[in-house]
Design a protein around this ligand. Structure first.
Ligand code: FAD
Length: 404
């Protein structure tokens, strides 16, 4: 393999370039990314950047030592894999041939219908533009009480804005952690002076506010939409790659061809891999496909994708992990809870430090911790090891998770 193209210059993109060099690839490396900025970290955008504590979150990398051809501000527009391996990437900078391709085009925010202005929060430009508008007394209406919505509400409330969060489900974080656990975070909104309206469907963003499904309006100076993201995969249309919600890969992060969807055997392409927010990889651990739109995956999956590309045996088998900082609390989650049959609390959710554990029988499937990082670390280890726990001991916050 003489040339590798990495498409997408987010965290997964830069980690892929680093992994190529760290794993000894000496050939030509090209990074094609739609953004003009060098790769930067997104988690601080909704935290330190909105708060005004940071303006720049560029990922530190020694670009000279990495010997990369950087094509920033250029977009991949199409892919033509060659039957025998390698292929051609169509880009706004022209066609580029490759022997190996790593796709890391991430995701883009979903927006609401309507002709009123709405902020989203994905890029450094989005964060700086929104920050300007978070002035004391501004009526800020946030659609979506998910991770991003809660973090924007935190920043806006701290700036003295009059903040309303509108959520279609009955609780915050219902999609992410389920309504029972999500409900435990609802009191945080009122305590921060934020109005939370759940079970409210938005029909459209109009100039000056939101039109609700029932015909009511909510007036707003600024509307922020935080209703989720969709993978940036439209450019792969016609490429023959199988795309469901994200780019379908096997456990080694090799892409699959479309004939699998048509009942054919499907072929994995060892020369085309995908990682980060755009990839739906096969998790052997969970026996299902996972698409985890979180930082830890973008950080670690590229190592595996690159090893695969370079012909080594590698499997991405991580226990998903993410964190969120909201209303002065550090919230962390590890695991994957759909198979759980039972929820157990450690500590009082009305307090500042508590944990919930999802169990399937006596096996720990997932943990969500609030201000209890040790529970997170030990829980994550126990989940990774498939350890069995004593539920009674686990329910006692004085007993360490590793001893339960
Ligand atoms: P991205 O970061 O989306 O990068 C993809 C890059 O590819 C982008 O630069 C994009 O412009 C480019 N691109 C797209 N299409 C093309 C194309 N056709 N051609 C060329 N380039 C293209 N996760 C956590 O775990 N904890 C947090 O607290 C947290 N906070 C977050 C806060 C914010 C505001 C955001 C937006 C995300 C947060 N995340 C958090 C999620 C985490 O940042 C993402 O999972 C991570 O950035 C994904 O990295 P990625 O490289 O896969 O994709």
């Amino acid at each position: 393999m003489e040339s590798v193209i990495v498409v997408g210059g987010g965290l997964a993109g830069v980690r892929a370039v680093e992994a190529l060099r760290n794993q000894g690839f000496e050939g030509e490396v090209t990074l094609v990314s739609a953004e003009r900025h060098r790769p930067y970290d997104r988690p601080p955008l909704s935290k330190a950047v909105l708060a005004g504590d940071r303006d720049d979150t560029t990922v530190e990398a020694d670009w000279e030592a990495l010997r990369v051809r950087l094509l920033l501000g250029e977009r991949a527009t199409g892919l033509r894999p060659a039957p025998g391996g390698g292929g051609t990437l169509a880009t706004t900078a022209g066609d580029l041939d490759f022997d190996g391709l790593l796709i890391a085009t991430g995701a883009t925010p979903i927006t609401l219908p309507g002709d009123g202005p709405q902020h989203v929060l994905r890029t450094i430009g989005d964060a700086l533009a929104l920050r300007e508008r978070l002035t004391a007394g501004a009526r800020v209406v946030i659609v979506g009480a998910g991770w991003i919505g809660a973090e924007v509400a935190t920043a806006a409330a701290a700036k003295g804005c009059e903040v309303t969060v509108v959520e279609a489900a009955d609780t915050p974080l219902a999609n992410a952690v389920g309504p029972e656990v999500g409900a435990l975070t609802a009191p945080w909104y009122a305590a921060a002076g934020v109005t939370l309206r759940t079970g409210v469907k938005v029909a459209a963003v109009e100039p000056g506010g939101l039109l609700l499904a029932g015909g009511d309006r909510i007036e707003a100076d600024e509307v922020v939409t935080g209703v989720g993201v969709r993978p940036c995969v439209g450019w792969l249309e016609g490429s023959g790659l199988l795309v469901e919600r994200g780019i379908v890969t096997d456990a080694s992060l090799r892409v699959t061809t479309e004939d699998a969807a048509r009942g054919g055997p499907g072929t994995v392409r060892p020369d085309i891999v995908a990682a980060g927010d755009c990839a739906a990889w096969w998790s052997g651990r969970y026996g299902r496909r996972l698409l985890v739109e979180h930082w830890d995956t973008a950080l670690n999956a590229p190592d595996v994708a690159v090893a695969t590309l370079l012909g080594r045996e590698a499997v991405y088998d991580a226990v998903p992990y993410f964190w969120s900082e909201q209303f002065g609390r550090m919230v962390q989650y590890a695991g994957h809870h759909p198979a759980a049959d039972r929820l157990l609390r450690r500590g009082d959710p009305a307090g500042d430090r508590w944990t919930v554990c999802w169990l399937a029988g006596d096996r720990l499937e997932a943990v969500l911790t609030v201000g209890r990082p040790r529970d997170l670390v030990q829980g994550r280890r126990a989940i990774a090891a498939g350890a069995r726990v004593d539920p009674e001991a686990l329910a006692d916050p004085a007993v360490a998770v590793r001893d339960a």
